[in-house]
Design a protein. Sequence first.
Length: 197
Amino acid sequence: MALKRKRSASKSRPGNRPGESTRVLISRARVRQRVRQMARQIRRDFPDDTLHLVGVLKGSVLFLADLARELGGEVSFDFLSVSSYGKSTHSSGEVKLIKDLDVSIESRTVLVVEDILDTGLTLKYLLRLFEERKPKHLRVVVLLDKFERRIADVHADYTGFTIPNEFVVGYGLDFDERYRNLPDVCILQFAQRPAKK
Ligand code: IMP
């Protein structure tokens, strides 16, 4: 779904650090509605399968939890963790597996659940890893797609919203482990430092 942007004021909210402000890009109501639509579409595509949701920690947790509740039918979860941006808003380009899955995905219908597709390097790495493990089906579900930043030739099978090239937080997405608990997807803005004299 392409995003129609309503301009909302940038706000310094409780929980924001000095110099950081957030502006709502996608409201919780729009997220809820879109997650419901995506779940319906996925269930239509795999009406009888047990859907094995593989969440990429930690950003996908809220999205996966909401998606799972909308999917209906049999669903199982597993999680893995790969290296993240840390305190930076730019990818280092290097992907490392920090925590692997607990159970085998062989012969399962696997949905990789990602919060955001940015350069695509993480997803490329994961798809290569998972394809070797012989799942029955392997599909990718992402909430947000920052397509302008793509480096790797990957795409999601189910995309919530395509968004502009801004750093976003909330609904599971963080900056330095903060802001994950914001219910809306927000753009994080930094105050400009005054120029040195
Ligand atoms: P990629 O490998 O560049 O596609 O980035 C994947 C990961 O980078 C995502 O799963 C996020 O954890 C993180 N990331 C990318 N863009 C953002 C953002 O705008 N806000 C927060 N995290 C982001």
